[in-house]
Structures are given as structure tokens and as C-alpha cells.
Design a protein around this ligand. Structure first.
Ligand SMILES: [Zn+2]
Ligand SMILES: [Zn+2]
Length: 312
């Protein structure tokens, strides 16, 4: 598979994001970066270096609905007329959803977070909207679909967890375009998510299932959404699964008969968290609590507006 990696800067702590050009017909871009002038300039420079221009892009395939991956997609589409493909389960993110914030407020209150924190966090989230243009529409991809990108035929794997509509693209020669399912050096966070009606989705159990599924493919190389290609994806998947298993046991070890909120647990485990990192820490710990709840090793109850956890 012919593939060119182009790194684009992002204003997020994760650092630069990868977009990939699959040259040929139809010339295809995997992911689009955020909507910033710096990312747009880096994209144009990266495409020029391999003999392409933004106008030449015929297809954009988005791995998932996080701003660092799709915020600039509509900008590219408007210049090139490219057709955009993505999984329908992230549609509300591509459209720049707003209802997420309301569900998040309730979740934060139940987790034991003070109101002042909520305010700052929500303001940060709203400021991120500058980094995206909502997509007016896209062609939906589903698990098992075959899609042509550049010279290659790719198979769509729906891998929910990090995001509900996260997809990976698999090429028969053993290459995986992995999005944020698999990263080197960082454990991809299964960020807290809700259904439209506000029910929280167990994202970490989903994410682990997606990892196990990809493990069965025994890929030779993975092209992640951030960082260099991963030459032994199966080893990295095993590391990530082991990391979560260890974290789950650590959290179970901190639970006894004294009830703890999600925030209590996060503050025991992590120090000096700012607003965004608190959000990531909450997502991580709630994920492990979901796993422990599935195994019936934790009890969940309410104390006023807060939710508390005890060991079982
Ligand atoms: Zn992501
Ligand atoms: Zn990412």
C-alpha cells in the first residue's frame, strides 16, 4: 500500500496529528486535522512535497469525530470537491453537537466535581468549536464495507470505544490505518460518551473489545493517528490490554467499604490535574469502574446528587 504520512500541528496536549495521503485514483486523504491556519499550511506543504495539491484530493475518509482529526475536513472539501466518508455513529460530532455538554454537566455533578470547575471546563469545550467546521453531510461507512483509497482497496472495521464511530481501515497486505485505536507511548483514552438521551456508554469495555478484534488480524504495521508507524501492532495491543487490566486491579484495590466518588478516586491516583486532564482522568477511572461493575466487584449507589462506589 502506498501511503504518505503528513503531520499537522494541533493546539491540543496530544501534539501533532497524522493525516495520510493514499496517492493514485481516487487520491484519498485519511483524516483532515483541525481547522487552524497552521494545520492548513502544513497540509498544503505536505501534499506539495509528494506532488499533490489540496484541490487534487478526491476522497476524505475520517477515522473518527474528534476535532484534531476532522475539524478541517470541510475546508478541504470546499476547495477540492472531495467526497467525505465516515461512520454514522459519530454524526453528531461531525455536525458539532451541543447536547453533549448538558449530559456532561450531570455526569460531573454525580462524579463530585465542584460547580466552578464545570464552568471552566464547559468554556474550554465551547472554545474548541473554533477549531472545526461542522460537516454538512458525508457518505456513511459501515463495518465490513470495502472502500477504495488511492491504489488500495481497504476494509472498514468499526472499532468503537475511543469514539462511538471510530473506524480503522485494513489492507490485505497486513497494514492497518489505526486512527486513535492504537498509539505508541500513550494509552488512547476511551472518553466518556452519552447517548442522545443521556445514558452513559461503557466506552472502555467497548474499546478493549475493539482491541481484541484487531489483535486477531495480526497486522504487520499500523499507521496511528499520532506519531510514527507502529511496526509490531500486536505487541502494542497486548501492552494496552495489560495496562488496563493492571489499572482496573489498582482501582479495585482502592475501593473498600467506605464510599468514594469518582473524583475522590481520581484525586487519589492523579495529582495536579487541570480541567482537561481531570476530564481524561474521570474517563479513564469510570471506564475501569465499568469493567469492575461488569465483573460484579463493585457496588454503585447514590448519595444525594453524587454517585459513590464501594468494593464488593
Ligand atoms: Zn481521538
Ligand atoms: Zn487523536
Amino acid at each position: 500500500m502506498q501511503i504518505h504520512r503528513i503531520e499537522l500541528p494541533t493546539p491540543f496536549p496530544v501534539g501533532p496529528v497524522n493525516v495520510f495521503l493514499l496517492p493514485g485514483d481516487p487520491s484519498t486523504l485519511i483524516d483532515a486535522g483541525p481547522k487552524t491556519e497552521q494545520a492548513q499550511a502544513a497540509l498544503e506543504a505536505g501534499l506539495t512535497a509528494v506532488g499533490y495539491r489540496t484541490d487534487d484530493v478526491r476522497r476524505i475518509i475520517l477515522t473518527h469525530g474528534h476535532i484534531d482529526h476532522f475539524g478541517g475536513a470541510d475546508w478541504i472539501r470546499q476547495r477540492s470537491g472531495a467526497e467525505v466518508f465516515a461512520h454514522d455513529a459519530d454524526r453528531s460530532k461531525f455536525e458539532g453537537q451541543r447536547w453533549f455538554v448538558d449530559h456532561l454537566k450531570k455526569f460531573f455533578t454525580e462524579a463530585g466535581l465542584p460547580a466552578a470547575f464545570l464552568q471552566i471546563f464547559v468554556e474550554t469545550l465551547i472554545s474548541y468549536r473554533e477549531l472545526l467546521d461542522p460537516l454538512p453531510g458525508f457518505s456513511p461507512l459501515a463495518d465490513g464495507d470495502a472502500v477504495d483509497g488511492g491504489q488500495s482497496r481497504l476494509r472498514v472495521l468499526h472499532c468503537p470505544g475511543h469514539s462511538q464511530g471510530h473506524i480503522c481501515l485494513y489492507h490485505d497486505e497486513g497494514a492497518l490505518i489505526a486512527g486513535d485505536l492504537l498509539l505508541q507511548g500513550i494509552s488512547p483514552n476511551p472518553i466518556v460518551e452519552f447517548t442522545r438521551k443521556g445514558k452513559r456508554v461503557p466506552t472502555l469495555p467497548q474499546y478493549l473489545q475493539s482491541l481484541r478484534r484487531v489483535l486477531l488480524l495480526n497486522c504487520d504495521v499500523a499507521y496511528p493517528g499520532h506519531g510514527e508507524p507502529i511496526s509490531n501492532p500486536s505487541a502494542r495491543i497486548r501492552e494496552l490490554i495489560a495496562h488496563h487490566e493492571q489499572r482496573k486491579e489498582e482501582i479495585r484495590g482502592r475501593l473498600n467499604r467506605k464510599p468514594k466518588t469518582l473524583l475522590d478516586l481520581c484525586q487519589e491516583i492523579y495529582q495536579n490535574l487541570d480541567e482537561i486532564n481531570t476530564m481524561l482522568a474521570l474517563s479513564e477511572v469510570i471506564g475501569h469502574l465499568d469493567l469492575l461493575a461488569e465483573e460484579k466487584r463493585v457496588t454503585v449507589s447514590r448519595r444525594g446528587r453524587k454517585v459513590v462506589y464501594r468494593g464488593k
